[in-house]
Design a protein around this ligand. Sequence first.
Ligand SMILES: C[S@@+](CC[C@H](N)C(=O)[O-])C[C@H]1O[C@@H](n2cnc3c(N)ncnc32)[C@H](O)[C@@H]1O
Ligand code: SF4
Length: 390
Amino acid sequence: MPPPFGIYVHVPFCATRCGYCDFNTYTASELAGDASSPDGWLAAARREIALAARTVGDRTVDTVFVGGGTPSLLGADRLSAVLAAIRAEFDVAADCEVTTESNPESTSPEFFAGIRAGGYTRVSLGMQSAARHVLAVLDRTHTPGRAVEAALEARSAGFGNVNLDLIYATPGETDDDLRRSADAVLEAGVDHVSAYALIVEDGTALARRVRRGELPAPDDDVAATRYELLDARLADAGLHWYEVSNWSRPGAECRHNLGYWRDGDWWGVGPGAHSHLAGTRWWNVKHPARWAGLLAEGALPEAGREELTADEQHTERVMLRLRLAEGMALDLLDEGGRAAADRAVTEGLLATAAHAQGRAVLTDRGRLLADRVVTDLLVAEGGPIGAAHR
Ligand SMILES: C[S@@+](CC[C@H](N)C(=O)[O-])C[C@H]1O[C@@H](n2cnc3c(N)ncnc32)[C@H](O)[C@@H]1O
Ligand code: SF4
């Protein structure tokens, strides 16, 4: 059985740039010319989808994820055209999960009805917070209530699978603000939540504000407390963690993202998109005009590629699988790694019962220290990380 195969499609447009974001995305004023317009992007995306189908052969598509940037800025017709192009070029599984990310302010009941008719099965909305002052620090342009309203509109349009993204530990956020955000998520009745502690990425407006002392840097201890608060609130309501930063109702896990975490294969269409097929990884040129230009010439829009060594594949496998609630088989580790896992059980970072059954599964405390646990296991295998596994 080949691993699941997904297609990721990157939409590089945003109405404005949020100060914390370093994704490959552009506002209209940063782009000029046809190749960088939504229609130019669509023409190029169709070319890359055709090229992907010729390269990959007869793989069945299990999942599609249109992300960004702000895919909802394309409108329902162009988003439907993306999926139609994939269907025209590939065999698509009957139960294919088809997600699009969307920003609350660029959605409407008509938009959701349009993408539903176009074949989308799942919507992921960037809510971030229910507190107006937190949204302001994050430069989000939607009102506190709009994300919940949009989630309800998506559900009314027939979407059973709706995700809301949250960011926690933003400077100025209080425990009560996060409680209200969690309550708002639950009020929206979604079946999936992704929540990330705010990361201050180099080169962003947020990093400059923190450096100038205008905003305090997010605090790790505060982030840990907020994570626990959110986890407890979501679990009480039947949304359980299945990856350290992702919660869902049983059966509503995002299959596309599970593909990334479980060694799946995927083709990334779009500027800057990354792909992975059987241990080879490559990534596209970042600028939308350059990406579209290469495709128009019939060339691969690739900027670079690498063949993962067995050690690198092992390191990735441990890093990604350990973050899942299902954990990983202890026999993936060598003797040194298994000894480190024994120590992590003693320290209360890995679960005793799962360990007795041959699996490494993070405890609640282990989730807060997931990176440390991963590092300990890999270093004990003859680290530094990635070095001489066998
Ligand atoms: C890159 S956005 C794309 C989707 C959409 N434009 C949006 O903003 O929701 C996907 C998610 O990444 C998360 N994200 C982006 N930058 C982040 C950062 N610096 N720290 C924490 N989360 C971040 C946000 O939760 C966001 O919803
Ligand atoms: S809307 Fe999303 S992708 Fe665009 S700048 Fe903000 S976080 Fe980044």
